[in-house]
Design a protein around this ligand. Structure first.
Ligand SMILES: NC(=O)c1ccc[n+]([C@@H]2O[C@H](COP(=O)([O-])OP(=O)(O)OC[C@H]3O[C@@H](n4cnc5c(N)ncnc54)[C@H](OP(=O)(O)O)[C@@H]3O)[C@@H](O)[C@H]2O)c1
Length: 280
């Protein structure tokens, strides 16, 4: 059956899931590509994840995205994982193969890098030291992406130091773990600062970091996208640093997912961005 005769199916599994912007994003892309199909929010309890994933081929799904709390648990359920998912330790996208087996991929790192490059086409990962704050699931994708892109020095700072050490052991590469108390001074000489913590997200206090040591030409990025300008990004903009928020990371991870599911590389347009921004 060719793509145009099929009703394309994909979705996002999470618990809860109704906050996810993925149905709006992928629904827009289906319309943009003039395809018949649906991308559904799938509320799956953790104890039903294996059954839900195994049902995808029978239901005719091309695959699905995974969100909290399923990204790590799915590693033990799918039939194979790609190199990025193995290094990151989490799956963001499941692909139903032609033989109905399941492949787990992680596209967060691609989304993060492409979001930066879209905003600043001449950005380079090897321009100087990069300070990454946080060592959770988001940080793992960010650090993996930066290293793949050629980062020469990553200063990793996390409130819980052991978690930063675990990330360093799992991913490898030029990572130096910096104690939480030294985070302000760690910004000296940095070319980039990335916040991957939940601090600054709507409902949470701002990230506690003093930008005084950060060079004026450094890029400041936050993977949070609600609000679009976190207190960190506002403070950085006010002192003259360039800033990029997390919306590009969300939007661009859809491209490799579509390539795997439907064989299409969709365009992330300004109209799509505005459509998703209107849901905030
Ligand atoms: N743009 C995107 O596509 C995208 C993708 C993924 C995530 N995100 C966003 O990234 C953020 C983190 O998500 P995640 O999945 O990485 O979460 P996570 O795995 O739960 O990690 C949370 C991180 O925040 C830190 N943190 C929490 N409370 C803190 C506090 N009071 N002070 C300092 N650090 C604190 C944690 O430090 P400890 O280890 O010390 O607890 C950890 O490093 C969320 O806002 C999420 O929406 C965005």
């Amino acid at each position: 059956m060719t793509r145009s005769d099929r009703f394309l199916l994909a979705g996002v599994m999470g618990w809860p899931v109704m906050h996810s912007r993925s149905p709006a994003l992928h629904g827009y892309l289906l319309k943009q590509q003039n395809l018949k199909g649906a991308y559904l929010p799938l509320a799956i309890k953790p104890e039903r994840l294996a059954a839900a994933l195994r049902a995808l081929p029978a239901l005719g799904f091309s695959g699905c995205n995974l969100t909290i709390p399923h990204k790590e648990a799915a590693m033990g359920i799918v039939d194979r994982v790609d190199d990025a998912a193995r290094a990151i330790g989490a799956i963001s996208c499941v692909v139903v193969e032609d033989d109905e087996t399941l492949t787990g991929k992680n596209n967060d790192h691609f989304g993060f890098i492409e979001g930066i490059v879209e905003a600043l086409p001449d950005w380079r990962a090897d321009a100087g030291p990069i300070v990454v704050v946080g060592a959770g699931g988001g940080a793992r994708g960010v650090v993996y992406g930066l290293i793949k892109r050629g980062a020469g020095e990553i200063r990793l700072v996390n409130r819980t130091g052991e978690r930063a050490e675990t990330l360093k052991q799992g991913i490898g590469g030029p990572i130096t773990v910096v104690p939480w108390d030294a985070r302000h001074e760690a910004l000296a000489g940095a070319a980039m600062l990335v916040n991957t913590t939940s601090q600054g997200m709507v409902g949470n206090p701002p990230l506690d970091i003093d930008l005084a040591h950060l060079p004026a030409d450094a890029l400041v990025s936050d993977i949070i996208y609600i609000p679009q300008e976190t207190p960190l990004l506002a403070a950085a903009r006010q002192r003259g640093n360039r800033t990029v928020n997390g919306l590009g990371m969300l939007l661009h991870q859809a491209r490799p997912a579509w390539r795997s599911w439907f064989g299409i590389d969709p365009e992330i347009t300004a109209e799509l961005r505005a459509e998703i921004e209107a849901t905030f």
